[in-house]
Design a protein around this ligand. Structure first.
Ligand SMILES: Cc1cc2nc3c(=O)[nH]c(=O)nc-3n(C[C@H](O)[C@H](O)[C@H](O)COP(=O)(O)OP(=O)(O)OC[C@H]3O[C@@H](n4cnc5c(N)ncnc54)[C@H](O)[C@@H]3O)c2cc1C
Length: 386
């Protein structure tokens, strides 16, 4: 067993940590307040090679391993979780399935501008009546000579108004449920894609999220991922990988909350001493530290496993479940340590508390992660390590 980071992993983490401290943390509170998407920061992230981290070098990406990518997302989320979700989405739910399931021609055409950060990517799975139950989606597609035409309503699409390339799930017949669903690569810069005004969100306020209507949106036939009818399989394989990015986002938010709580508890005096000296506060910080460390190593191990053969579903669901639930407990503790000041927008923990909330919801709720794990347990006799 080897718990050492590789040279590359350490380099990525240190580089992103320095960039985050210099360029992300200082403006995070103001961007949250204004609900402003930082296009300039995404340009810089692209120049640093952070928007195509796992995409093969042959297609303009950095060709890095999953853990290097997660370390970058974690460090970014520690400074600004809104930026972290944008980084996660273009890297994982968009480029990963294209690199994995696209034809060589499709990859050569769409991946380089995404990987270089010249355009941003995302995914359109969710619909008003199809969230956890993705097989209930109603966006339809029909073939028209050398193209597909997609029509329907998508909900909660991260990057909707700022992204160009989206992986989209649509069905040829909703009554077929999962069997009818295919995955397409859609260029959203066309009249058939109508982006609605951004959602007014509790957290991640400088990330854009919006509903999208597809009105005979055109997709070249060559932009089909895999074969027709494989959309659900592609989406589930993608989520097995991309969930680790949300786990890393949760780790970063929790780390920031613990950092803030430790600093505050050392400096705030009550009853004649720093509050960290009161055992109840010290123990609270100890629980935060221990839980964060446990979730972190579960997530890192899942990243390591994702590079090897075998099914990832249970491991990635465990990491996402544990890290996101942990982050919500840790941010709540951090607010408590701050007392009344934790309830004020003047202190970073207030934003961290709001930003953590969605991590147990998107890319599969905690209940969905438990369903994935429970399904895997049905096929196992023991979970003892081999
Ligand atoms: C900020 C944000 C960004 C997002 N970005 C994207 C994006 O880029 N692309 C995209 O496609 N989607 C995106 N989503 C959508 C997100 O993935 C969904 O919100 C999520 O999958 C849950 O779906 P839902 O909201 O329809 O909830 P529902 O599925 O309606 O669930 C409601 C509640 O019921 C529970 N539930 C449902 N079924 C079961 C069951 N069988 N057993 C037990 N409990 C159950 C759920 O766990 C949840 O608590 C985003 C959402 C948010 C909030």
């Amino acid at each position: 067993m080897d718990f050492e980071f590789s040279e590359q992993q350490r380099m990525v983490r240190d580089m992103v940590r320095a960039f985050a401290a210099d360029r992300l943390r200082p403006g995070a509170a103001a961007r949250d307040e204004r609900g402003e998407f930082p296009a300039d920061i995404f340009r810089e992230l692209g120049e640093l090679g952070l928007l195509g981290m796992m995409t093969p070098e042959a297609y303009g990406g950095a060709g890095m391993d999953a853990l290097s990518y997660l370390l970058a997302v974690e460090e970014i989320a520690r400074a600004d979780a809104s930026v972290a979700v944008g980084v996660s989405v273009t890297n994982s739910v968009c480029q990963w399935p294209i690199a994995r399931f696209g034809s060589d021609e499709l990859k050569a055409r769409v991946l380089p501008p995404l990987a270089r950060g010249e355009v941003l990517g995302g995914i359109m799975l969710t619909e008003p009546a199809a969230g956890s139950d993705l097989a209930a989606l109603r966006t339809t597609y029909r073939r028209d000579r050398d193209r597909f035409l997609l029509s329907g309503s998508k909900a909660w699409i991260t990057g909707a108004s700022v992204g160009a390339i989206f992986v989209v799930l649509a069905t040829k017949d909703p009554s077929l449920r999962a069997r009818g669903i295919s995955a397409f690569v859609l260029d959203a810069r066309q009249p058939g894609v109508v982006v609605h005004p951004p959602e007014k969100k509790m957290g991640l306020r400088s990330s854009v999220t919006a509903a999208v209507t597809l009105e005979d949106a055109e997709v070249p036939a060559a932009n089909l991922l895999g074969s027709e009818g494989e959309g659900m399989k592609i989406a589930l394989a993608t989520l097995d990988h991309s969930r680790l990015g949300i786990a890393a986002q949760a780790l970063g938010i929790a780390q920031a909350a613990l950092d803030e709580a430790m600093t505050y508890a050392k400096q705030r005096q009550q009853f004649g001493k720093a509050i960290i000296e009161h055992q109840a506060v010290g123990f609270r910080l100890a629980d935060m530290d221990a839980e964060l460390e446990a979730a972190r190593w579960l997530t890192y191990r899942a990243a390591w496993l994702s590079e090897r053969a075998g099914k990832l579903s249970r491991t990635s669901a465990q990491a996402k479940l544990v890290a996101s639930e942990m982050a919500n407990r840790v941010v709540a503790h951090a607010v408590q340590v701050h007392g009344g000041y934790g309830f004020s927008r003047e202190f970073a923990v207030e934003r961290l508390y709001r930003d953590a909330r969605v991590t147990t919801i998107y890319e599969g709720t905690s209940e969905v992660q438990r369903m994935v794990i429970a399904r895997a347990l049905r096929d196992l006799e023991t979970t003892a390590p081999m």
